[in-house]
Design a protein around this ligand. Structure first.
Ligand code: ZN
Length: 164
């Protein structure tokens, strides 16, 4: 019997993410499918929720509202800082992500929103915040996670362990 997608499974999917303006933001079709650990918030919550119960070979269209995707856009989460606060050897481009420390010392990602002269506007909003996400999904594989994968909270590739 084919296992159905549930928490504690490593699921491999092909995906295409299309925005409401018709542009393709990201996709795996034509390349390697993406493995993730179901139930560990490796993917946006609305997609994870709607993949539960699906099986190998299933093809589906999944529409995820912004609040279950990358969040609503928060204009207050923007800040403009001097370029000198960034590493000198990095060419800053819009959408680039950096880790910063929040008020309580926790790390949080910020994204470059604009670069003007020696000023950089960064935002805590994900580049896809405020967007409805339209996914085309093909479930390629579903298997039980190993003990290591469960402990780490992410999928390991073929041939065992790999870390970023
Ligand atoms: Zn690991």
């Amino acid at each position: 019997m084919k296992p159905a997608i549930a928490d504690g499974h490593v699921v491999t999917i092909h995906y295409r993410l299309t925005l409401d303006d018709g542009s393709v933001a990201d996709q795996s079709f034509g390349g390697e499918p993406m493995p993730y650990l179901h139930g560990s918030q490796n993917i946006v919550p609305g997609l994870e929720r709607q993949l539960a119960g699906k099986k190998i070979g299933d093809k589906l269209e999944v529409v995820v509202p912004a609040n279950e995707g990358y969040g609503e856009y928060d204009p207050a989460a923007e800040q403009t800082v001097p370029k000198s606060q960034f590493p000198p050897n990095v060419e800053l481009t819009v959408g680039m992500a950096f880790q910063t420390r929040g008020r309580n010392g926790q790390t949080m990602p910020v994204y470059v929103r604009a670069v003007k002269d020696d000023q950089v506007t960064v935002t805590a909003n994900h580049p896809l915040a405020g967007q409805r996400l339209n996914f085309t999904i093909e479930v390629v594989d579903v298997r039980r996670a190993t003990a290591d994968e469960k402990k780490h909270g992410h999928a390991h590739g073929p041939g065992g362990h790999h870390h970023h």
